[in-house]
Design a protein around this ligand. Structure first.
Ligand SMILES: Cc1cc2nc3c(=O)[nH]c(=O)nc-3n(C[C@H](O)[C@H](O)[C@H](O)COP(=O)(O)OP(=O)(O)OC[C@H]3O[C@@H](n4cnc5c(N)ncnc54)[C@H](O)[C@@H]3O)c2cc1C
Length: 546
């Protein structure tokens, strides 16, 4: 059966859909940062959520697979899984569903459809004078807010954990009998008023908490989500602590833990980055002429870091509150972190002076250009902390891309630009010596596979830290692609033995999960009940056999 012809026959007349045949679907949606293009039988782009039940019914009837995406920019993780039964895969593009509804401006509750991107929400809030922040991520302005929350992604605005900030959602289930109606929580169906307001304010609903089943799963197509936005603070300051002495790593970890515990609610999440990562953010890769491209040697890292005055470790965080509170926390940080290294605040007179200095027409001086570029990057970091999306993090996947340089003045798309990227994202106990062991483990493993070990830690809470380690490689060279996958497998397998456990996995690694556990067997029972024909994203975080 030609699935495209079948789609045309059943949905072609629908005014709110656009159908793409296989080749166009593959070139538009099939790209990833770690594999050849995914095979697709076609794609459906919808602009009205009412088409979703029709698509699900048809998939049950004709036995094809539906794979929903919101912005399809899950770079480094991937969004589409192949079907083990080799049925045709139809991509369902929800990016045309862009409705934003103010559930309560006073309370900062907003309801969005899957296609609403960080930039769209930012523009909406600005236009309508909201005093709230967008829950931005490093993936940038063109990424969907809803799908990032479904992936349980996080950022560094005060509402760090993006699904935690989701108070309600609506979805379509793949079951042939249930797919015709939109799922909503029990509170939503009890509420006889028009607004659904109570459901939107109260995350846990009534009865079993079902909404969580739609995250990191293949159990439903989420059609809207209500999120609680963080209010813009009256005062704000970012802090940067440059730790030049590598021996002070464990002390730095102690400091971060104590700071998060003692100033909870005032200090946002904190990033801790190593020297290699800082070099990758501020320098061109000097090894681009090599084939294959080698990781930076220690000598190269040290000399590049010296030229830019980069420390061994950099702690970056944010303080939100009223001005006296921000002043108090700044004093606290100065006192507690003074022994670690140089402490700088984004609202300090020094940085204010530097901003004025950077306006001088001195671009012909290389050192001036360097300072100006570093300042611009600090400013973009501050924008992110205040909920303004930008592309500051996006050059990272281009580190080994010899055909394309990341030009931030245009919209970047690492998958379309053939960047090679996989993420290793383990959770680690917030314990100084455990983190030292982790750093040594990642450096040793990645260098053995000729990859640059860029290390970033992000604190979500004082007791648990997440490290997002990018594996950046040459995507044009199949040997390097295979090596990167092998490295990731080793990081995951050996890491788990030491208690470093991923919070999120690239699709290639989801297939390797050990499904013979009570957890995955339970998921399998749920999946069979909700999706008896296994039509929705089979293989995605599910328990299908290897
Ligand atoms: C440089 C860089 C920095 C990054 N920084 C961050 C960061 O700070 N934080 C972070 O979390 N991630 C980050 N990422 C990773 C990733 O790019 C983002 O998480 C991105 O937002 C996910 O892609 P997406 O939103 O386009 O999701 P999509 O690709 O649209 O979807 C992701 C998954 O969710 C499913 N899905 C999507 N929509 C629906 C729906 N409506 N119903 C049911 N299922 C659905 C899809 O099937 C897919 O499996 C970064 C990536 C790069 C390259």
């Amino acid at each position: 059966m030609d699935i495209y012809l079948a789609l045309e026959e059943h949905l072609g007349e629908h005014p709110d859909t656009q159908l793409l045949p296989a080749s166009q679907a593959e070139s538009t949606y099939g790209g990833t940062t770690f594999s050849d293009n995914q095979t697709l039988a076609g794609a459906i782009k919808v602009t009205d959520r009412k088409v979703i039940p029709a698509v699900l019914s048809l998939a049950n009837q004709l036995n094809f697979v539906v794979h929903p995406v919101s912005s399809n920019k899950n770079w480094g993780y991937g969004s589409i899984t192949p079907d083990r039964a080799h049925r045709p895969i139809v991509l369902l593009d929800l990016s045309g569903l862009c409705h934003i509804e103010a559930s309560s401006k006073e309370l900062g509750l907003i309801t969005i459809e899957p296609g609403v991107t960080q930039q769209m929400l930012y523009d909406y809030l600005k236009k309508n004078n909201w005093c709230h922040m967008v829950p931005v991520t490093g993936a940038g302005p063109t990424c969907s807010i809803l799908s990032n929350a479904l992936e349980r992604g996080y950022g560094i605005t005060p509402h760090t954990d993006h699904f935690y900030a989701c108070t309600a959602l609506k979805a379509y289930l793949p079951h042939p009998d249930l797919c015709k109606h939109q799922y909503a929580s029990a509170i939503s169906s009890l509420d006889k008023t028009e607004t659904d307001f109570i459901d939107k304010t109260f995350k846990w609903g009534l009865g079993p908490y079902v909404d969580g089943l739609f995250t990191q799963s293949n159990l439903g197509i989420v059609s809207e989500m209500t999120i609680r936005l963080a209010k813009k603070p009256n005062a704000f300051s970012a802090f940067y602590i440059q730790v030049f002495d590598g021996e002070k790593f464990e002390e730095s970890v102690e400091f971060i833990r104590t700071l998060l515990e003692s100033q909870a609610g005032l200090v946002g999440s904190i990033n801790l980055m190593d020297k290699r990562r800082l070099v990758s953010m501020t320098c061109q890769n000097p090894n681009m002429q090599q084939s294959p491209i080698a990781p930076l040697t220690d000598e190269q890292v040290n000399s590049l870091a010296k030229s830019k005055r980069l420390p061994e470790w950099m702690i970056v965080g944010s303080i939100y509150g009223d001005q006296p509170v921000v002043n108090y926390v700044k004093k606290y940080i100065k006192r507690q972190a003074g022994g670690l290294g140089k402490v700088l605040f984004s609202d300090s007179p020094l940085l204010k002076f530097a901003r004025c200095f950077a306006r001088l027409p001195l671009d012909f001086i290389p050192a001036f250009r360097d300072i100006k570029a570093q300042l611009a990057s600090l400013e973009e970091g501050v924008e992110i902390m205040l909920g303004k999306p930008n592309q500051v993090a996006l050059p990272l996947p281009y580190w080994r891309n010899s055909t394309k340089k990341p030009d931030k003045s245009i919209t970047l798309h690492p998958a379309n630009d053939q960047c090679g990227l996989l993420w290793y994202a383990p959770l680690i106990a917030m314990n100084p010596s455990t983190l030292s062991t982790f750093v040594e483990f990642v450096r040793r493993t990645m260098l053995a596979f000729d990859l640059d070990p860029f290390i970033t830690f992000t604190n979500l809470k004082h007791d648990c830290i997440d490290s997002t380690v990018p594996l950046v490689f040459e995507k044009g060279d199949p040997v390097q692609v295979e090596k990167a996958h092998a490295c990731l497998r080793q990081l995951i397998d050996e890491g788990c033995k030491q208690g470093f456990v991923p919070y999120r996995l690239p699709v290639s690694e989801q297939a390797r999960l050990d499904k013979d556990t009570p957890f995955w067997k339970s998921v399998d029972v749920i999946k069979r009940a909700i999706d008896p024909n296994n039509i929705l994203s089979p293989g995605k975080y599910d328990a299908s056999p290897k």
